[in-house]
Design a protein. Structure first.
Length: 151
C-alpha cells in the first residue's frame, strides 16, 4: 500500500497540551487545540484543489489526525468550504454549539452537544460556533485522502 502509518498509536490525554490558536480568516477566538496524533504518508494529494489546500496550510500528503479542542463562547469557525480531499469528524465531550451548512440550495442549522458526532464531508460549505454558555470541548478527527482517485 505504501502507507507509513504505524499499526497502533496511543497518546494519553494527560500528554496533550492545548495551545491558543490565533484567529484568521476561518478561526474565531477563543479557540485552543492540542494535536494528539498526526499520521502522514508519502502518498501525495493530487486533487485539482490540492494547491489551494497547501496555501491554506493543509496536509500535502494523505494523512490522518486527532485533536482535542476547547472553544470559548462565541468561538468557532467562520463560513468556509472544505477542499475536495478531506473529511472532518467531531465527537462532543461537553458544551453546545450550532452548525450552519448549505444543502440542496438551502441553508440549514442545527445545535449539537455532549455525546453527538458531527461529520463534515469533502466539499461541504459550513460554519460552526460555540453558542452555549460554557466552553465547548470536543475531539476532532481528520482524514486527508485522494477521494477522486478511488475506483
Amino acid at each position: 500500500m505504501g502507507h507509513s502509518l504505524p499499526p497502533v498509536t496511543i497518546v494519553h490525554g494527560s500528554d496533550i497540551r492545548e495551545e491558543p490558536v490565533t484567529p484568521d480568516g476561518i478561526i474565531q477566538a477563543p479557540y485552543a487545540t492540542g494535536t494528539a496524533i498526526l499520521g502522514d504518508t508519502p502518498v501525495a494529494i493530487s486533487t485539482p484543489d490540492s494547491e489551494e489546500g497547501a496555501r491554506r496550510g493543509l496536509p500535502v500528503h494523505e494523512a490522518v489526525f486527532a485533536r482535542r479542542k476547547t472553544i470559548g463562547h462565541g468561538g468557532g469557525e467562520a463560513w468556509h468550504t472544505h477542499m475536495s480531499y478531506y473529511d472532518i469528524f467531531f465527537y462532543i465531550l461537553s458544551g453546545r454549539a450550532t452548525m450552519i451548512w448549505e444543502q440542496d440550495g438551502e441553508r440549514r442549522e442545527e445545535e449539537f452537544g455532549p455525546g453527538d458526532f458531527v461529520h463534515m464531508s469533502p466539499g461541504s460549505t459550513h460554519q460552526w460556533l460555540n453558542t452555549g454558555d460554557e466552553d465547548l470541548k470536543l475531539v476532532e478527527f481528520g482524514h486527508f485522502h485522494n477521494y477522486a482517485e478511488q475506483a
